[in-house]
Design a binder for this molecule. Sequence first.
Ligand SMILES: NC(=O)c1ccc[n+]([C@@H]2O[C@H](COP(=O)([O-])OP(=O)(O)OC[C@H]3O[C@@H](n4cnc5c(N)ncnc54)[C@H](OP(=O)(O)O)[C@@H]3O)[C@@H](O)[C@H]2O)c1
Length: 303
Amino acid sequence: MAGLKILLIGREGQVAWELRRSLACLGEVIARGRGPDGGVDLADLDAVRAAVRAIQPGLIVNAAAYTAVDKAEQERDLAFRINGGAVGVLAQEALAVGAGLVHYSTDYVFPGDRQRPYREDDATGPLGVYGQSKLAGETAIRQAGVPHLILRTAWVYGRRGQNFLLTMLRLMREREVLRVVYDQHGAPTWSRLIAEATALLIAHSTRNSQFDPGDKAGTYHLTCQGQTTWYGFAEKIRELGLASGLLPEACARLEPIPTSGYPTPARRPEYSVLSNEKLFEAFDLALPDWEKALRLCLDGFGH
Ligand SMILES: NC(=O)c1ccc[n+]([C@@H]2O[C@H](COP(=O)([O-])OP(=O)(O)OC[C@H]3O[C@@H](n4cnc5c(N)ncnc54)[C@H](OP(=O)(O)O)[C@@H]3O)[C@@H](O)[C@H]2O)c1
């Protein structure tokens, strides 16, 4: 039994950590963080090239990225090198060794000026450097002509890493009042479900240990269903946290504030809900509603 040889870029990131588990049934998973012990630094394009040539994978899954949305405004070159340049190198090298590429992108490629969920072919128009650099990565993959799946996700949280859920749980224990933005709309998405859906998509696209999505190659939106605001997300975290005993009765109360009351270096889209219809039509697959996913994530958490 051979199985697919998968080079997973990223080890400890929210999605990468889950992928190390979810991809395990598909073949050999070689996960590379950026630590000194055989790690791959995406800022070093020669190292990226060398890693793919040495490993000769059948599939590359890139779950690493420059994700510091605000800091990117000051580190434009680095963000573009990691999210654009390195992704282009991964795509070219994958093509050269006969591999495919699965890559993640973001709702922040959109300007957020709509009142209906964005579809894959809607016009992009990122408001900040992070979104622009992620868009550059998407373009580089399409130009390389490698068999690929680009999965745009959003508002990622999980039981590990830096994310809104864990930040809220911590601050709700520490503070009396928490002010949370009520006028940005999106779909919170659990990292584990992203990883599990990715594994299903790869399994669906693999025959005889060869990744080949055929005419299903392309860009898909992959987020939980429904929509809320950061404030709505925080309210639900508080409610479920209290009900499960994760939060004490004396935890912080919430106060809704407009985006203008919480200025950040990077502008964020007001509305970045993504339609997942294309994914459902192509693969018969849909992530659950965001509230249901949050309940699953918190079920048993901290015990
Ligand atoms: N987080 C979100 O809300 C969100 C929303 C939409 C889309 N996405 C996309 O989803 C994907 C996964 O995101 P995530 O939330 O899992 O990200 P994350 O938790 O921030 O993890 C990012 C990972 O990338 C690694 N990384 C950063 N710079 C690197 C470099 N120069 N070389 C190698 N590795 C590097 C980090 O390594 P270190 O641990 O060493 O720093 C970290 O493990 C990304 O493509 C992201 O753009 C995320």
